[in-house]
Design a protein around this ligand. Structure first.
Ligand SMILES: [Zn+2]
Length: 318
């Protein structure tokens, strides 16, 4: 609908829910709402059948009709279109990182020069691509450059451990388990739970058998945080295997309930790994450390491998 038609529809009720087509900004639908309506009526109205065909990218906003003018509507159309342009440009650049030379990717980190509209906040994706997707292409010269970046702390990410994610990736790549354990003891021990999600992954990948770290991972499994936190700690304990011990198995049995088929199978696989001898397990040849790339997504997403449930190891009895 054009701006005049949309404005007329909007003005016929005090509030409305307006749906814009994301790529063009065009207004596709106006759902009128009255402020006196009960919560149920409002929900019924919002979830009523839409006239927008599925597959069309849309974004919707609540608007108070009194404050809407032709000019403000035009601004929203323009803003919607520009936001979409910026988002698709970002996705295109990030997808391109999967095929650019690693030397060019390292240069982005060295210079801190992220091509617009990507930003420093996308460095976690860059690190995933370098270390989780394309690590077999790394060579000593690239590692030297990455170590220099870690030393210069160009990519300190707010909320990340003070040592920086890059340093943790490098320790994992170089299997510097002792350094990692020492770092955990000094800086992370008993730390605030969400803060440990990233490091937990590295503890699992390095198969750290240190009791303090294992106890912290068990603490994460038992902590009252979103399930994703427990799940990452559970996978880490599964990667560690028998050294995680009976206390880890008990915590997992008590904390990870029968929810989806996937969660049940993942939990049971982790328990089998902790409770059987390491000789029964071999590397999964379908993934990198339990992660596979999600091909159906527009942007790079790493998910737990469907064959090994994220452990990176397959039991000979399966
Ligand atoms: Zn796998």
């Amino acid at each position: 609908m054009n701006i005049d038609e949309a404005l007329q529809a909007i003005k016929s009720s005090p509030e409305c829910f307006v749906t814009f087509r994301q790529d063009t900004g065009e207004i596709r639908e106006v759902k009128n709402l009255t402020s006196e309506a009960s919560a149920e009526d409002r929900m019924a109205r919002l979830f009523a059948a839409t006239s927008v065909p599925s597959g069309v990218p849309t974004v919707s906003r609540f608007l108070e009709s009194a404050s809407v003018t032709a000019e403000s509507l035009n601004d929203l159309v323009e803003e919607t279109r520009r936001a979409y342009e910026s988002m698709t440009a970002r996705v295109k650049i990030i997808n391109g990182w999967r095929y650019q030379s690693l030397s060019e990717l390292v240069a982005i980190l060295e210079l801190g020069d992220f091509p617009y509209p990507t930003t420093q906040n996308d460095s976690y994706l860059l690190l995933e691509i370098i270390f989780d997707v394309r690590d077999t292409e790394l060579n000593p010269a690239l590692i030297r450059r990455l170590l220099a970046v870690a030393d210069s702390q160009h990519i300190d990410i707010p909320g990340e451990p003070s040592v920086g994610s890059l340093r943790l990736y490098l320790w994992r790549y170089e299997m510097k388990t002792t350094t990692f354990v020492q770092y955990w003891h000094e800086h992370l021990r008993g730390g605030v739970v969400p803060f440990l999600i990233g490091p937990s992954t590295f503890a699992g990948d390095l198969r750290v058998a240190d009791q303090i770290i294992i106890n912290d991972l068990i603490g994460l499994v038992r902590a009252q945080w979103p399930f994703g936190v427990k799940q990452r700690a559970m996978i880490a304990l599964g990667k560690i295997g028998p050294p995680a011990g009976s206390e880890a198995a008990r915590a997992i049995r008590e904390e990870v309930y029968d929810s989806t088929d996937w969660i049940i199978a993942q939990r049971d696989r982790v328990l089998a790994r902790i409770e059987t001898v390491p000789g029964l397990w071999c590397d999964c040849n379908h993934c990198r450390r339990g992660k596979v790339t999600e091909d159906s997504s527009d942007i790079l997403i790493l998910r737990d491998c469907p064959r090994c449930y994220g452990l990176g190891l397959i039991p000979s009895f399966c």
